[in-house]
Ligand binder design. Structure first.
Ligand code: SF4
Ligand code: SF4
Length: 206
């Protein structure tokens, strides 16, 4: 007499990938894991970062660093991604060294830049996102920075005299051999690309 029992069929794999179960604040905290700073939910909203920030004090940021952290924690994702705060950040690290809760706010600014370029949800009309995307694409193609490719991303935002000045300087540098006519390529570019892809979520940016 057979003692075999029916074996349950394994569940069919779902066609759609699982929904991202993380909240916005969790996503941003993950961006900070690589840095030495504490997660932003330890922020006490003391305002030291905003008071010490030369760019916020100068009135150039539409949301101060303190307010950006409050907005992230409250889940105002769209308002955070459309802010100019992290694109105007000068990476001076004053906020980071003075934060009483050891939150690496400067690193948070970098994380938000990467996140918004990755999601393509940044504010329109800013030089920063266009410059960053051009830079990453160029680095992926050649492994090196090449100024003549980067310059047009910001040159046209200034007046004609500045454009002529930049073009004149670029030409003089080329004639003196200080700026190559064509971008150089590094050796073992494929290895370099693989390394970059582990660091930056590129999506379709190639
Ligand atoms: S200095 Fe630190 S604790 Fe104070 S508001 Fe800024 S991030 Fe929060
Ligand atoms: S690192 Fe950026 S956010 Fe922090 S103080 Fe400097 S400019 Fe402001």
């Amino acid at each position: 007499m057979s003692t075999a029992t029916a074996v349950a069929e394994p569940a069919a794999p779902s066609a759609a990938p699982p929904e991202n179960p993380m909240s916005f604040v969790e996503e941003i905290n993950h961006l900070l894991y690589a840095s030495k700073g504490n997660p932003i939910n330890t922020c006490i909203q003391c305002g030291t970062c905003s008071a010490t920030c030369p760019v916020a004090s100068g009135g150039f940021m539409d949301n101060s660093p303190r307010r950006i952290i409050a907005l992230i924690r409250a889940g105002f994702k769209e308002q955070v991604l459309k802010a100019n705060t992290f694109w105007y950040c000068a990476s001076c690290y004053q906020c980071t060294v003075r934060c009483p809760r050891n939150i690496d706010i400067a690193e948070l600014m970098y994380g938000l830049k990467r996140y918004t370029v990755w999601k393509t949800e940044h504010q329109e009309g800013l030089i920063g996102p266009v410059f960053s995307e051009t830079f990453v694409k160029m680095i992926l193609r050649t492994g090196r920075s090449y100024e003549p490719v980067l310059a047009p991303t910001y040159m046209f935002t200034y007046g004609l005299p500045e454009m002529i000045q930049e073009a004149t300087m670029g030409t003089a540098l080329m004639l003196k051999g200080r700026l190559p006519l064509l971008p150089a390529r590094i050796k073992r570019l494929d290895n370099f690309k693989r390394m970059i892809k582990h660091i930056i979520p590129l999506g379709d940016k190639e």
